[in-house]
Design a protein around this ligand. Sequence first.
Ligand code: APR
Ligand code: PHB
Length: 392
Amino acid sequence: MHAQVGIIGAGPAGLMLARLLQLNGISCVVLESRSQAYVESRVRAGLLEQGSVDLMTQTGLDARMRREWMVHDGTEYIAGGQRAHVDMWDLIQRRIYIYGQQEVVKDMIAVNTAAGVPVLFEAEAREIGGLDTDRPWIRYLHRGMEQTLTCDFIAGCDGFHGIARPAIPDAIRRDYVRDYPFGWLGILADAPPTLPELIYCQNEERGFALFTMRSPKVSRCYLQVPPYEDEANWSDDRIWHELSLRLGKHEGIALSTGTITQKSVTPMRSFVSEPMRHGRLFLAGDAAHIVPPTGAKGMNLAISDVYVLSRALTEFYKTGATTRFDSYTGTCLRRVWGAQHFSWWMTSMMHNLPDESAFDRKRQLAELRAVLGSRAGRTFLAENYAGLPLEM
Ligand code: APR
Ligand code: PHB
């Protein structure tokens, strides 16, 4: 089999790239090791920045999203027992959109398949090569048979544990890593959102909690927990009790509870690998970088990477120009490091570190007060939260 672009991975990065290429008349094949049912039910974050929404609209991926999303002009913060409201619309005339990543993935699969883009599920890429030639290849296993896809370019959209990043020689690659001494226990519950807006909550004694949502009837909540905590240690009662303690008592806020339908623990990590291009291989999304989920930048970064990549590929096929290939790593990493800084900053400002001194705890609270208490601070927060431009 041959395609102009071989895409490994059917997450938001691979599927958005497939859509963009198809609209520009470039042929591609998407190889996904998991089943369609698995990728469509994988629960992840669910916050879209304006830039991601605009691109989904331009590419016709927005029909169901517009019916089901929840549009947010502002966000609530609780820190040091005090409530603060960050009114993004007033500050920067931008907003954010809540729509689950697995819904985005479902829509992207449906639209790509309807347009005739081959998305092969249970097709595991085993090896890639020829990256320094004009005919790179992907060896993959599909329905028990080993096959080869030859292409002009390979897009490694295969997530953090994929095979694309390790194909870049160690001598060329540089990884930047920070692990955090905590994780998030995330739950989905049949409970209306506690407030119409998201609540980011820093509790001095007990740690971080986040109250978000998926629909008017479904809440998504997160609790800071030890990094490799076993979710079996968290009964439904314990989860609701802890969420209630971290939220605290505030006029007009009553914790909304209900049946918990899903729970899982995610460790938290900041990670960037460079370069994002090696010969005819391009990395995009989690294959090249991971952010801690505070601020939910992961899916948005995946989308902005492939936007940049699609422009480079489109220009190449139209004019033969390769300048955008050369600038791919630099262009993506400017935005990636912006989001890395913001995600690290939100994370360190909102969580309790296990070995933090009393001084650090007070300093953290003072930082939160300074940011939330000034229009300049809230504007900085809002600008980054609502998202940097797609291409910087
Ligand atoms: N062959 C084929 N597919 C593979 C292989 C392989 N060898 N290895 C991994 N994959 C697939 C995974 O099964 C997964 O479906 O690649 C896909 C990568 O998708 P994501 O992990 O969703 O990564 P990405 O598209 O970059 O999106 C980033 O996802 O992890 C979240 O929080 C993250 O929101 C961010 C978003
Ligand atoms: C989510 O809705 O899952 C979500 C929202 C905001 C975050 C993280 C996760 O910062």
